[in-house]
Unconditional design. Structure first.
Length: 126
């Protein structure tokens, strides 16, 4: 059993994030997440929501295309602030995260959900 010692927080933690591909097969990405306490995660989410409010279009300017673009961009921004790197052949850049969000949205959702669960619940399952 691991001995608990408070105040020795890691800089990051790695986890293999699993998700379904479009054809139903399972894929995975090893992600190096930035460590945050629960309080820090709350501040992080507040910042993300504040930024999304600023970028929200007026109701009369609604466009599905614009919504998908903004959602992908916002999700990429979240991942860029939550993740320090990944094990893909492509470098961990905002452009590549945006491409992943566009081509495989389930991967981005899984990364975001896994991070939230790890930081708020303090555990990751297989």
């Amino acid at each position: 059993m691991a001995k608990i010692k408070l105040g020795q927080r890691p800089e990051s933690f790695k986890h293999t994030v699993k998700f379904k591909m479009l054809d139903g097969s399972e894929a995975s990405i090893e992600v190096d997440f930035a460590y945050r306490t629960r309080k820090e995660f709350g501040q992080f989410i507040d910042e993300i929501f504040a930024q999304s409010k600023e970028e929200r279009p007026a109701d009369d300017d609604f466009s599905w295309s614009a919504l998908m673009e903004k959602t992908g961009s916002a999700n990429a921004e979240y991942v860029m602030k939550a993740v320090k790197g990944w094990n893909l052949d492509e470098p961990f850049t905002k452009e590549n995260v945006e491409q992943l969000a566009d081509e495989l949205p389930a991967a981005i959702t899984a990364i975001m959900d896994t991070y939230r669960e790890a930081v708020t619940q303090g555990r990751l399952g297989n």
